[in-house]
Design a protein around this ligand. Structure first.
Ligand code: SER
Length: 880
């Protein structure tokens, strides 16, 4: 461990943290996805989130100690991003976790050791806070660590009682702050003063569970959850003014500045804010898309859309007119890929999503700009100097045209904008939103509830019917309620009744069409918002209106695929329980048209044999043609009959039971085949761990198997064609080729060495003479240690009296040096062994050997010329 390391890069800080805790028995786990398994939050907001079931005693941890670097997104303070030194949407939280293992004392001791010894913070620069009632933590800091009492601040529950949400695991916490100005003294320490203090490490003593009524019950275990902000650490250690100027974010800002033709440091405050917003949001966007979130008008999809639009908008504010988001995203990917390789793997998806969203938004903005031109024209003609609040609001509301942009363009035309009027319109809008046809903020799940007074919840008839006559109840365009929409528009439609299954229980929403008189809407997804089924689609033909009577028709081929995969998921769970362990329980699932994914709690990986047996069992049940018995029963009765429920899932009084008697019985709202024989065949593609104690099986079944086989078959055919062999001969053929390749490589190596030795003869001409001695010191290309030795011996033989020192870099990161001295040189007091050992040190290595012939190695190839130079000087001065 070094002391007071200066200017560590973000990557180095992350590695030092993980390494410190790995050395103290913590398992390093990969960052979990930004899409949490926890249904109470939209996005992963803290490092502890993936471990919540462990803290709550719902899952047994595989390790008692873990350490992670977790990507997180918080959007509650989005307006502050760029305006303060350290508000972000995206950030990385470094954490160490104890699951019922070490507690307060140890966590504090390590927190201090890490801060002072590894990151080299001087104790004078540190201040800590504790929860006001936590005398124990106060005592540990003062008596065991030696922090002066004046530098330990007691804080209230708002600051120092950490809760993961309204309910859930929680506990008192203790935070470590960096003090930029210890010279200001201990008298008036105000931790809120961000010109002096920055909190960088939060230690949570996770020991309670808070229920809906707000009361605390002790958890089964006393746990530790900590969070260190990587960006903040980088700010302190890199000695920059704010988090945005660290190496984790600044290159993105520079890319954006370059596109805009700006220099960040000489820009005004407003421009800097826009650049910082871009730098921050692009990181969120890249990681969200990498974690398979797509822009939409609901839930996390809407968060993504909003972030992308803010990037585009701030781009325009600093003078970028064309599309630019993919260019800044490229920088963000390059910065993150070593820690999060999935951003590079998902590069194509990231770029495609950005391009689509950006160009759509730009088109809207362009339409707004045209309107603004007309408005300006009108204002000028009337001899006025201000654009009305009403007009500015229309631009904002209908065209997503931000006020700042309207103001800027107005300014260019020597006009102002009536901001008071704008705000009044905004207020009216909020009031109007209480009425039926309103702008609906779909970010909050269930926001369509507001409409509940005016329309009925959707009746779902899709268990038995593939088509229905229905009425259009609500029509949304970009989240805004409309009376009508035309061909070419992306819309969200709520019908009074529908055969479309809405995404839930892991099964994706149906695809299909909504059609009417001259109208055709292609439905691309269906999601449930409380009691409403929202159909996401695009109007292909005609004009759709609220109140229209339409036919809703699902794509039955897609539905059949989803059904096969869904029933196969149930059979898979039953087979895992039967063959591997009856205690296995579902942790999550995905049922789509082309594959299925089943996550389950299991402390170990499956053997290849178990995987095969599970697959065989499922296929046996398929072949046995079991019929489904689907019933709606009271929950208690369903459980009494032994139906499998998902842990942690909330069920109503009445539940739907999918029963394949004697095979599988599960509570499930999904759609299923009526007989297992319809599935046809089932194939497991992979089995792997996804989080501690959670395994994932990916499989295909039914018609989707053909797609899978076609891809594999094409690869095999291609290999057979190239190698001119039968499929079963491919592996052997490849083994033969690999052996041949290895042999050839060896031959090449040998030949290269021989060549080098032959070439080394020419070194004779370069030998220097000092009295009776001849000296040869030289570097050879790519020669391995053995050949280097032969070459040195051969040269020494030829010069007879003298010294030969040869060096080479046989492979990257490896240096070889050989010294061969004649007895006359030894008599002068030079021993080849000692000599070569000393020279090799320069290259970060060492070695030795006999007085007449010795060999050494090193690591730093860049130092070889310097090492040889030293050898030459040494020989010259000793032998002359
Ligand atoms: N959960 C705590 C936080 O988010 C510590 O990791 O600050």
């Amino acid at each position: 461990m070094s002391s007071n390391p200066q200017n560590l890069s973000g990557n180095e800080i992350r590695a030092l943290f993980l390494d410190f805790y790995a050395q103290r028995g913590h398992q390093i786990l990969p960052s979990a996805s930004l899409v949490p398994e926890d249904p109470t939050v939209l996005l992963t907001i803290a490092g502890m989130l993936p471990f919540k079931p462990i803290f709550l005693g719902q899952r047994t941890p595989e390790f008692k100690r873990a350490t992670t670097s977790q990507k997180c997104i918080r959007t509650n303070d989005i307006e502050n991003v760029g305006r303060t030194k350290r508000h972000h949407t995206f950030f990385e939280m470094l954490g160490n976790f104890s699951f019922g293992d070490y507690f307060k004392e140890q966590a504090i001791a390590w927190g201090w050791e890490l801060s002072t010894k590894v990151f080299g913070f001087s104790p004078q620069n540190l201040v800590v806070s504790v929860f006001e009632e936590d005398d124990e933590a106060f005592g540990i800091w003062r008596d065991q660590i030696g922090v002066p009492a004046a530098r330990i601040k007691r804080m209230g529950a708002d600051d120092n009682f950490w809760v993961s949400g309204p309910t859930g695991p929680c506990g008192p916490c203790s935070e470590i702050y960096y003090d930029f100005h210890p010279e200001r003294g201990d008298e008036n320490i105000d931790l809120e003063d961000d010109s002096r203090f920055i909190e960088f490490y939060n230690l949570v003593f996770m020991q309670y569970n808070r229920d809906v009524s707000g009361s605390l019950t002790p958890l089964q275990n006393q746990n530790i959850d900590t969070g260190m902000g990587l960006e903040r650490m980088a700010q302190i250690l890199q000695k920059v003014a704010n988090n945005f100027e660290t190496d984790l974010i600044f290159p993105i800002i520079q890319t954006a500045a370059q596109i805009a033709g700006l220099d960040y440091h000489s820009s005004d405050e407003k421009t800097k804010i826009s650049l910082k917003v871009i730098g921050d949001h692009v990181r969120s966007v890249v990681h969200m898309i990498a974690d398979e979130i797509r822009a939409s008008n609901v839930g996390r999809g809407y968060v993504l859309r909003r972030l992308i639009r803010r990037v585009v908008r701030h781009g325009r504010l600093i003078g970028i007119s064309g599309e630019f988001t993919t260019k800044v995203a490229e920088t963000a990917i390059a910065l993150s890929e070593s820690a999060y390789p999935n951003v590079r793997r998902r590069e194509a998806a990231i770029m495609a999503e950005l391009q689509r969203e950006e160009s759509n938004f730009l088109r809207t903005l362009e339409r707004g700009e045209k309107l603004l031109e007309e408005i300006i024209e009108g204002v000028k003609q009337q001899g006025k100097t201000a654009i009305s609040g009403e007009s500015a609001f229309t631009l904002y509301d209908t065209y997503g045209f931000p006020l700042e942009l309207t103001q800027e363009i107005a300014e260019e035309n020597h006009l102002t904008v009536d901001e008071v009027g704008f705000n009044a319109e905004m207020q009216k809008q909020v009031e109007r939103a209480k009425a039926a046809h309103e702008t609906i903020d779909l970010t909050v799940q269930g926001s369509l509830d507001k409409l509940a007074e005016h329309i009925h919840s959707t009746e779902f008839i899709g268990y038995t019917q593939a088509a229905a006559t229905a009425k259009v109840e609500v029509l949304l365009v970009g989240g805004v309620s409309q009376e009508a929409a035309e061909a070419g528009t992306e819309v969200q439609i709520v019908l009074n009744t529908t055969p479309f299954y809405a995404e839930s229980g892991g099964q994706i929403g149906d695809r299909g069409y909504i059609s009417g008189d001259g109208i055709l809407v292609r439905v691309e997804d269906v999601k449930k918002e409380s009691d409403f089924f929202v159909h996401f689609g695009r109007i292909e033909r005609g004009t759709l209106r609220v109140g229209d009577t339409v036919t809703a028709q699902i794509d039955s081929a897609c539905r059949r695929r989803a059904q096969a995969n869904h029933t196969a998921t149930h059979l898979l769970q039953a087979a895992l329980k039967k063959i591997v362990d009856n205690g296995i329980s579902q942790a999550g699932s995905l049922v789509s048209f082309d594959r299925l994914r089943f996550d389950f709690n299991c402390p170990r990986g499956l053997t290849a044999e178990e995987v095969q047996q599970v697959e065989e069992q499922v296929n046996t049940w398929i072949a046995e043609a079991h019929s489904a018995k689907i019933e709606v029963l009271p929950l208690a009765e369903a459980k009494a009959r032994g139906a499998v429920a998902m842990f942690g899932e909330k069920y109503g009084e009445e539940v739907r039971v999918i029963d394949f008697p004697a095979v599988s019985m599960e509570l499930c709202g999904g759609t299923h085949v009526s007989n297992t024989a319809e599935i046809g065949v089932f194939k497991i593609i992979s089995e792997a761990g996804v989080a501690s104690g959670v395994r994932r099986i990916e499989a295909v079944s039914g018609p989707a198997i053909l797609d899978y086989l076609n891809v594999r078959d094409k690869v095999v055919k291609d290999l057979c064609d190239r190698f001119k062999v039968k499929p079963e001969e491919v592996p052997e053929r490849i083994t033969t080729l690999q052996t041949e390749l290895r042999n050839s490589q060896k031959q090449v190596e040998g030949l290269k060495s021989q060549l080098a030795i032959a070439k080394s003869d020419s070194l004779l001409q370069t030998s220097a003479s000092i009295g009776e001695f001849k000296i040869i010191v030289a570097q050879l290309e790519d020669v391995d240690a053995e050949s280097l030795k032969s070459a040195a011996e051969r040269l020494l033989q030829k010069i007879a009296i003298g010294a030969v020192v040869l060096g080479s870099v046989p492979e990257a990161g490896k240096v070889s040096i050989v010294a061969a001295f004649s007895p006359e040189v030894n008599k002068k007091g030079l021993q080849a062994g000692k000599f070569v050992g000393a020279i090799a040190k320069i290259c970060g290595g060492g070695g030795g050997g006999r007085p007449n012939l010795a060999q050494a190695g090193g690591k730093d190839a860049s130092k070889l010329p310097e090492a040889l130079e030293t050898a030459l000087n040494e020989l010259r001065s000793t032998l002359s």
